[in-house]
Design a protein around this ligand. Structure first.
Ligand code: HEC
Ligand code: HEC
Ligand code: HEC
Ligand code: HEC
Ligand code: HEC
Ligand code: HEC
Length: 463
């Protein structure tokens, strides 16, 4: 037994030595080196010239990293994804393929993780793709990568990702703010959503939650809005774009993309047609704008928008305070404007509203924007369940004008109210009327009351 010990010891040492050697071998041959060799072999195939082929094959292997101080990231994805900006790699297998569609966002300025997620610094596949414990940002599934466009293009439409604008519209019209804060505005019954896309990165969870909140969050007080699958997807895109990340000025400089559609919206809002015609349709106070994009360069048009009198001394055109993207959008629209479109803008021109109608409309918008809709239902018709409150639902507001005076309602909205319990032995109802003092200013409050008053069915009022 005794003389066997050295032999065991020897065997054990050999095992340890073997492990150390294997580890050293591994460290000298990390998988990324294998990918790089494969890539250069692939590239060399396209080289007809033998010397060039040789030099491609001899490219030194190295970790590629992109420093992105403005995005507070360092991305090493191009250590393996070597063909992203090489068009001859179109259709090559991953990770070597050419990346179509990022010409506006070159890897040298944008890296990869700002759109895809993943762990920028890692050089092994699984950790880089973020599929490891304690990394909160795994790669987004491919079909949801476009949600990231909304991190920077935060307003208006992104034509490649229409889901974002749809989702934002649903958010604004369904009263989500009544229970959720977003960028400081909103209620506190549900969690703050300002960083939802950073903390909840599982799109399937979000979709299922929107389709039926109670199916993934037991007993959730969030109403089932009866969303369709597409609507749930749109909202999920929007949620994933809300990451609350700090980004440098350059990256947020295009919060609105200067699309012709945005230009058209401005053209209509600013009433350009009161002075200008397009192909004869519109006003006569300034030159006809058909062909103006051919008569002038974009630079000229841009400067003219900044200061008409500087470009055209004595011009009677007003100087609009338009930010650069708005000016670019108008210029793109002008290049495409047609008389038929001018006619449709004039036809859609809103009729003028009375002061009272304006107050009601402003109140309706606040009712949507601040999320009253989320609890009181669309058009304040009620129907949102509130277990153990009297009536079992958040009340409809259609008949408020019968039960209260305007000052009473003003003060109720300012101060909020806990609903009385139906059964004192059961838990309190999840939804209560929040205090809105401080969130809505006096003007908003008055308008909201006018809106609520306008809901009272007409045949019953004042007769
Ligand atoms: C060690 C090499 C390696 C690194 C580093 C790497 N990848 Fe990959 N990646 C691959 C390989 C290989 C594939 C092919 C699919 C597979 O094997 O999973 C791939 C596939 C992908 C795909 C498409 C498939 C999917 O799951 O959606 C995306 C997107 C992607 N990588 C993004 C990234 C990003 C972003 C980074 C940097 C954070 C990164 N990769 C870093 C090797 C790498
Ligand atoms: C501006 C955002 C953006 C940036 C930056 C970006 N990508 Fe992509 N990438 C996308 C989108 C969107 C798709 C999905 C396209 C589609 O729907 O087919 C995609 C697709 C891919 C795919 C193919 C996925 C598949 O399954 O076919 C890979 C791989 C990939 N990207 C890797 C990268 C790497 C590596 C970088 C950095 C060099 C990068 N991307 C930078 C937005 C981006
Ligand atoms: C990290 C911020 C960021 C993300 C994410 C991002 N963009 Fe951009 N985008 C920019 C910036 C900044 C520019 C302006 C680039 C320049 O001109 O130097 C731009 C330019 C564009 C343009 C051209 C604008 C023009 O002047 O016509 C389009 C279109 C666009 N982005 C669409 C997208 C789409 C689609 C996605 C998602 C796949 C996306 N962007 C993701 C910041 C971003
Ligand atoms: C009547 C109040 C109420 C309204 C209105 C409401 N929610 Fe919620 N929401 C909640 C509550 C409470 C939770 C927490 C319980 C849960 O996960 O369902 C929640 C959870 C969520 C979550 C999951 C947060 C997380 O990561 O855990 C998201 C996302 C969300 N809501 C989005 C929305 C959107 C978008 C709307 C508008 C369409 C909306 N909510 C309307 C009350 C509400
Ligand atoms: C988080 C859910 C929630 C939100 C958001 C909410 N309310 Fe309420 N509201 C309630 C509940 C619950 C009651 C019933 C209180 C009670 O039973 O006395 C109520 C009561 C009211 C009443 C009195 C109705 C009556 O018949 O007694 C008015 C008016 C009202 N809310 C207006 C508003 C306005 C305006 C907003 C938006 C600025 C708003 N509410 C947002 C939950 C909400
Ligand atoms: C109060 C009347 C008035 C309004 C409103 C007005 N403009 Fe003008 N605009 C003029 C006049 C006058 C000129 C000719 C003098 C000049 O070039 O500044 C002009 C010139 C122009 C030109 C140069 C045309 C050319 O081919 O030389 C463009 C482009 C233009 N306006 C666009 C617009 C747009 C877009 C709007 C709305 C945002 C607008 N204008 C609103 C009066 C107006």
């Amino acid at each position: 037994m005794r003389d066997r010990m050295p032999r065991y010891f020897f065997l054990l040492s050999m095992v340890i030595l073997g492990l150390v050697a294997a580890a050293l071998f591994q460290a000298a041959r990390p998988p990324w080196k294998k990918y790089q060799r494969e890539f250069y072999a692939l590239e060399a195939q396209h080289e007809p010239n033998a010397a060039a082929k040789e030099s491609v094959l001899k490219t030194p292997l190295a970790i590629n990293q992109i420093l992105l101080p403005g995005l507070q990231r360092v991305d090493r994805c191009t250590t393996c994804h070597l063909g992203v900006d090489d068009p001859s790699m179109k259709g090559a297998r991953e990770p070597f393929a050419y990346h179509a569609g990022i010409q506006q966002h070159p890897p040298s300025k944008f890296g990869c993780t700002v759109c895809h997620g993943g762990q920028g610094l890692a050089t092994d596949k699984e950790p880089a793709h973020g599929h490891v414990a304690h990394w909160e940002e795994p790669l987004l599934p491919r079909e949801y990568a476009r949600a990231s466009c909304g991190k920077c293009h935060t307003k208006g439409d992104v034509s490649e990702a229409p889901e974002l604008a749809q989702g934002r519209r649903l958010f604004d019209t369904h009263g989500c703010r009544g229970c959720h804060k977003l960028n400081g505005v909103g209620g506190s019954i549900g969690p703050d959503l300002s960083r939802e896309g950073a903390t909840r990165r599982d799109p399937e969870w979000l979709v299922r939650h929107f389709l039926k909140p109670q199916s993934v969050s037991k007993g959730s007080a969030m109403p089932d809005f009866g969303f369709t699958r597409n609507q749930a997807r749109d909202l999920t895109f929007y949620m994933l774009s809300l990451t609350g990340e700090e980004m440098g000025n350059y990256y947020t400089s295009k919060d609105v993309l200067p699309s012709p559609a945005y230009g058209r919206q401005l053209f209509a809002e600013k009433n350009c047609l009161t002075c200008h015609a397009v192909g004869g349709v519109g006003g006569q106070g300034g030159p006809d704008l058909q062909g103006t994009a051919q008569r002038h360069s974009s630079e000229w048009l841009d400067e003219h928008f900044v200061s008409p009198t500087l470009v055209f001394p004595g011009s009677s055109m007003p100087a609009y305070d338009l930010e650069p993207n708005a000016r670019a959008a108008l210029i793109r629209y002008l290049a495409a404007a047609t008389p038929a479109d001018a006619r449709s803008i004039l036809a859609a021109h809103p009729k003028s509203l009375s002061a009272e109608e304006m107050a009601i409309e402003a109140g309706r918008l606040s009712f949507e924007h601040y999320g009253c809709v989320g609890c009181h239902g669309e058009n304040a018709k009620g129907g949102v369940p509130n277990p153990n409150s009297q009536g079992g639902q958040v009340p409809s507001l259609i008949h408020v004008a019968d039960d209260y005076t305007k000052p009473e309602i003003l003060s109720l909205i300012r101060r909020g109210k806990m609903p009385p319990l139906k059964d004192a032995s059961k838990p309190a109802p999840p939804l209560y009327m929040p205090a809105w003092k401080g969130t809505l200013n006096e003007e908003d409050l008055k308008n909201v009351v006018e809106y609520i008053w306008s809901l009272k069915p007409k045949e019953e009022s004042s007769w």
